[in-house]
Design a protein around this ligand. Structure first.
Ligand SMILES: [Fe+2]
Ligand SMILES: [Fe+2]
Length: 473
């Protein structure tokens, strides 16, 4: 393994920054200017890295953010690049741009100068922009139409429904991004910002846990590590709430969870992003992250308080396991504190359902819970695990199921009766779902085996619901 690549943001965030700098430079300098050339080389490098992982890169503006191949890009607070690109896309009548294959990299300079229009920045329609690029010989970089009106309004309606939950969730992801980015650069986290983010997250989880579970399970970001910290925070707060913790304690719990994997910022980037299974030597390194995280928190200059001390314990103990058989291995064994035992349940569930940490295959939510139940009493506190299942549901959001009508469906929300959650029936299954009677679930399905994309089904449920009469809440 090579030396740690410190302070490296995600490829998507990096690409936004590089394009921003490049477009700014192109508005002032010519294509042969030395300054422009060096920015161009850097942008090219980042674009090539992005294109080495996928056939095409789409950068799009929707609402108030940028998306990278459909996943929201998380940028450090105060990042000017995103605002600039969104405005520039609008100016060109485009929702964004697609960069296709190796040829896109070769055409980058021609694209930039055609796009920027000699620094004059004229307003253009989408057609004019497309024509201009064609005339400049750019064929592998194409403008994308602005987000579909209907799709946009559907999205907005759904966002409006859970507006406060979404805002708290996205704010927390940005905070987590800031924490991890600073840690990679050897800087101290913004503790005040993290406290505020945890507090509003806690308020939202208490108000509507299902709205937050939906975001935690379904929302995908360009960088998983940040979302993971927030998801663990959401699940932890939900468990704590069921335990009857006070709002102040819930904020502390959520705060600690945001930092539980801080130590990963001290590990090589390639290890964290590794797409393959970890080798034994990878594991030796990976097992150091609890101690590294605790160390980083203890090394901060600010005075230690009870909240920070709890975060230190959570970072250090979260992989110990209830029986102490996990890591780091300690003699004599140490008993996990309550907050850590809560965090460990939340952590395992998110890691398993995301398929991005340790185990590279994403488990369906119900399978993750089954696997965790097998380790109740050894790895996990059985009482806390039971509370978690009571909170998130026996069939959590995103679970693929078969109804007693024979229809296949995806769970969209849990209510009082955990055996009868709200579901979205799959279009094309032809079942005559009765709108008034609620269907029972006969069994769960392995979504992969049955080719069910639960995320997609729930995302597109607005149109599906119009076609099918569904068991209503
Ligand atoms: Fe961890
Ligand atoms: Fe974790």
């Amino acid at each position: 393994m090579s030396a740690p690549e410190t302070a490296a943001p995600s490829v998507a965030a990096e690409l936004v920054r590089r394009l921003f700098v490049l477009l700014k430079a192109a508005a002032v300098y010519g294509p042969n200017n030395e300054g422009y050339r060096s920015h161009s080389a850097e942008a090219l490098g980042t674009l090539s890295v992005a294109l080495s992982r996928t056939d095409a890169v789409r950068i799009e503006a929707r609402e108030d953010r940028l998306y990278f191949n459909g996943a929201p890009i998380i940028l450090p607070p105060g990042e000017a690049g995103a605002r600039f690109l969104r405005a520039e896309f609008r100016r060109c009548g485009a929702g964004g741009f697609e960069f296709r294959g190796a040829r896109a990299a070769l055409e980058l300079d021609a694209f930039v100068f055609a796009f920027i229009g000699g620094g004059i920045r004229p307003e253009r329609s989408l057609e004019q922009t497309a024509k201009l690029l064609r005339e400049a010989g750019v064929g592998a970089i194409t403008p994308l139409a602005p987000a579909d009106e209907e799709e946009g309004s559907l999205e907005r309606a759904r966002e409006g429904e859970h507006g406060a939950a979404r805002r708290a969730f996205f704010q927390a992801v940005e905070t987590a991004a800031d924490i991890m980015t600073r840690a990679r650069a050897g800087q101290e986290p913004d503790i005040g910002g993290a406290k505020a983010a945890a507090e509003s997250l806690a308020r939202q989880v208490v108000a509507d846990p299902q709205a937050l579970f939906e975001l935690s399970i379904l929302q995908r970001f360009d960088e998983y590590t940040y979302a993971h910290c927030v998801n663990v925070s959401v699940y932890s707060i939900a468990i704590g709430h069921r335990l009857g913790l006070t709002p102040a304690r819930l904020s502390e719990l959520g705060f600690g969870a945001l930092f539980h994997d801080l130590g990963k910022a001290r590990l090589p980037r390639e290890l964290i992003d590794k797409p393959d299974a970890l080798t034994e030597s990878d594991w030796r390194l990976m097992r150091r992250h609890p101690a590294l995280g605790a160390e980083a928190l203890l090394a901060m200059r600010r005075p230690m308080d009870a909240q920070l001390a709890r975060a230190v314990s959570m970072a250090f103990e979260h992989h110990l396991g209830l029986d102490g058989a996990g890591y780091p291995s300690l003699a004599p064994p140490r008993r996990q504190e309550l907050f850590t035992r809560i965090c460990a349940v939340a952590d395992a569930f998110d890691a398993m359902t995301s398929g991005r940490v340790y185990d590279k295959r994403a488990r369906s939510p119900d399978e993750a819970l089954r696997r965790m139940l097998q380790r109740a009493g050894t790895a996990f506190d059985p009482l806390l695990l039971r509370i978690f299942i009571n909170t998130i549901g026996i069939f959590p959001i995103g679970t693929a199921v078969v109804l007693d009508s024979g229809e296949r469906a995806v769970v969209s929300r849990n209510g009082e009766d955990l055996l009868r959650p709200d579901v979205v029936a799959l279009a094309g299954d032809g079942g005559a779902g009765n709108a008034s009677s609620r269907r029972a679930i006969t069994r769960t399905l392995d979504p992969e085996e049955h080719g069910i994309d639960a995320r997609r089904v729930l995302r597109e449920r607005g149109s599906a619901e119009r076609e099918l009469s569904l068991p209503s809440a």
